[in-house]
Design a protein around this ligand. Structure first.
Ligand SMILES: [Zn+2]
Length: 171
């Protein structure tokens, strides 16, 4: 109970700062990044609309969120080192990480979640669930991992329809 309340309060306090960072870093990544093209785009086009693929920019750079990780760790969250991070419609993938269609599908689920919830809504929910239940307790991550697994198994679905349906049910 106490943990729920503290997680909610911490998420409320951190979400505006996180939104500002995501907006600024995401804008830079969009300016530097490249569109999804070629064989990668073809591999994803069965599950992702052309409109969503067109909006996204991908930057290869260190996934730098040292300060954010430090704050989360201080608040008791379990913090792994991510290979990729999505900031709005910008996807940053570590230079030493292999960029597969499967990884990109996972990140595109987050792009669709950002579009549905808005930056502030996405981050507030993400931070609250992380602080409350740990990384695998984040519903936005669980959905991304589940859809990534479906994609790997060749199951047909549309990323935006799935994200819309799941977020509508959860409210
Ligand atoms: Zn994720």
């Amino acid at each position: 109970m106490i943990r729920r309340v503290l997680a909610r309060l911490a998420a409320e306090a951190l979400a505006p700062l996180a939104s500002l960072w995501v907006w600024r870093r995401g804008r830079r990544a969009c300016a530097r990044g490249a569109p999804i093209e070629g064989s990668e785009r073809i591999a994803l086009s069965s599950h992702v609309s052309a409109g969503l693929l067109d909006r996204v920019r991908v930057e290869r750079a260190p996934v730098g969120m040292r300060l954010g990780r430090g704050v989360l760790r201080a608040l008791g969250a379990d913090v792994a080192t991510p290979g990729a991070i999505t900031l709005g419609r910008a996807v940053i993938i570590g230079r030493d990480v292999e960029c597969t269609a499967s990884l990109m599908l996972h990140e595109l689920v987050h792009v669709a979640q950002y579009a549905r919830l808005g930056g502030y809504g996405f981050l507030r929910r993400y931070l609250r669930e992380w602080l409350m239940s740990g990384y695998m307790g984040i519903s936005l991550e669980r959905d991304a991992y589940e859809l990534q697994a479906w994609f790997e198994r060749g199951r047909p679905f549309d990323v935006e329809d799935e994200v819309d349906g799941r977020l509508r049910v959860e409210g």
